[in-house]
Design a protein around this ligand. Structure first.
Ligand code: 6LW
Length: 510
């Protein structure tokens, strides 16, 4: 059956997958966003539903003032003997930990911390009851390696010393380790080359968990570093699963460039997304991924479960029910007192504080991952209370130093709609128009591969464009510090109280 990649679009990197019967689950990294570690569910590996987040309270996820792309790095999800286990790293607070649950929809345990450093933790539940904990770390000489110890996954107790089981297959930054027990052997899969354009996946194998490991003769089993089609880049950080029909699959991260091929500019703004590839085994018992290590935007494979349905990436919220969608993210640890769903008036009331979008903090902001290049987003907004420098509106947001927003403000009793842009160390208001106080203003952000276009309307029919922002201004490759996330479309308020109605995001491309 044919399917399209990415299977989970928008900023959903470092996927880890597990199967329970004919149910499939994927988790992804979440960095400085709250709640953390989204959990997606599918019956056919193509239609995925966000069913919750592993880390939904501060005792699990302390992100206060963490830097952009701090917080939660790569997770691993495993299921053993009736219990789900998720292990990940909070690089901004205490490192590697595990949470567990018997019901993935009902919330997860408090974290237990593991006394092994590094990032990209993973777990293997062996047939003899041993539980192996792996991560990529550096030894006393500063040399990177894949470290492993044995643990109690419920308490985090370390049962053996950490030892290096592999230094990788020659690529830099051997990371993203996963250890599997297949066909009576131990398979160790690694990401190498760094998560950028040299990214690749390698496979090793041994009769023993601590090695010695032999490398797959056709490593890297996955890489797009030399792929001339220029549609998908950075493939790596993968996980594998055998489906309930006995067919094998790999999920991995990859990026879709926001520039046209002709420009040959390697930039992406949507983040590293989750892609799917069929896997077959060769006669020597080594995996062959996709088309000999290459994947495509359209692929074919023996998908399990029901025929894939239409993938809907739209989002809307008329604020008529009490709860926030699990799709909403907040920055770092939000004060939920500042976010009120006024269901009686089908409105969201945001209480803005002095913390602005330009601060490495938790402004009154809530966003939805941008899931396509061609989108149209809109929301109705009005100011209820205005202090000095009040702002409330709609933003295309990457980090506190990379965002564009169209917003309403009030200065000396005059109400205005403005467009502002923050790129690197330049923050500027590039356009403004006076409006009458009483009006509910409809703000609109349209996007394609080149521009975000900002416009407003007082009647929902006639829109006035305030200006545009270049998509390449919000790209991962262009930030002044290393980042791993992707763009959001969000609502925000600063220095006052604003009421929002009818928030919609329409994704027009795949
Ligand atoms: C992830 C690691 C990596 O933990 O990026 O560059 C980190 N390599 O595998 C965040 O995705």
């Amino acid at each position: 059956m044919k399917y399209r990649n990415p299977i989970i679009s928008g900023y959903n990197p470092d996927p880890s997958i597990c199967r329970v019967g004919d149910d499939y689950y994927i988790v992804n990294s979440s960095f400085e966003y709250f709640p953390g570690v989204p959990v997606y569910h599918s019956k056919n590996l193509v239609n995925w539903e966000l069913i919750g987040n592993c880390l939904d309270r501060k005792s699990q996820l302390l992100l206060e003032k963490c830097k952009p792309s701090g917080g939660i790095y790569a997770p691993t999800l495993r299921y053993h003997d009736g219990t789900f286990f998720m292990t990940t790293t909070n690089v901004s607070h205490k490192g590697n930990f595990i949470v567990h649950t018997k019901d993935i929809k009902k919330g997860w345990s408090e974290p237990v911390w593991i006394d092994q450093g590094g990032i990209d933790p993973s777990l293997l539940f062996d047939d003899d009851g041993t539980v192996y904990f792996l991560s990529t770390a550096t030894d006393e000489q500063g040399e990177a390696g894949i470290f492993m110890c044995e643990i109690n996954p419920f308490t985090g107790e370390k049962l053996t010393e950490s030892v290096v089981i592999s230094r990788g297959c020659g690529g830099r930054y051997a990371e993203g380790p996963h250890l599997y027990k297949w066909f009576g052997k131990y398979y160790l899969m690694l990401a190498e080359g760094g998560t950028e354009y040299g990214h690749m996946e390698t496979m090793l194998r041994s009769d023993y968990p601590y090695g010695p490991y032999e490398a797959c003769p056709h490593n890297p089993i996955l890489t797009h570093r030399d792929d001339m089609r220029e549609e998908i880049y950075c493939t790596g950080h993968a996980d594998m699963v055998e489906d309930h029909n006995g067919n094998w699959w790999m999920v991995c991260l990859a990026v879709r460039p926001c520039e046209e091929k002709s420009n040959r500019v390697l930039l992406h703004n949507l983040g590293r997304e989750t892609f799917l590839a069929p896997v077959v085994w060769d006669e020597e018992g080594w995996p062959v991924v996709g088309d000999k290590g290459l994947i495509s935007l359209e692929m074919d494979g023996p998908l399990p479960g029901p025929e894939p349905g239409k993938v809907n990436r739209d989002f809307s919220d008329d604020f008529s029910d009490e709860t926030f969608s699990t799709s909403y993210n907040f920055l770092r640890n939000p004060n939920m007192e500042h976010y009120k769903r006024d269901t009686g008036n089908a409105a969201l009331v945001l209480q803005g504080t002095e913390i602005t979008l330009n601060d490495m903090d938790s402004p009154t902001w809530l966003g939805i991952r941008q899931k396509g290049f061609e989108t149209v987003s809109s929301v109705e907004v009005c100011l209820l209370e205005a202090e000095n420098n009040v702002r409330a509106g709609l933003t295309a947001f990457y980090t506190e130093s990379y965002h564009y927003e169209i917003y309403i403000t009030r200065e000396n009793g005059v109400s205005k709609v403005c467009l502002a842009k923050h790129i690197h160390d330049i923050y500027v208001v590039t356009a403004e128009k006076e409006i009458s106080d009483a009006e509910n203003i409809i703000l609109r952000v349209e996007s394609d591969k080149k521009y975000y276009r900002f416009a407003f309307s007082v009647d929902g029919k006639v829109f006035t464009e305030l200006g545009t922002g270049l998509v390449v201004g919000l790209c991962t490759e262009g930030t002044k510090y290393m980042t791993f996330t992707g763009t959001y479309i969000g609502m925000f308020a600063e220095n006052g109280i604003a009421r929002f109605k009818n928030f919609k995001i329409n994704v027009k491309d795949y």
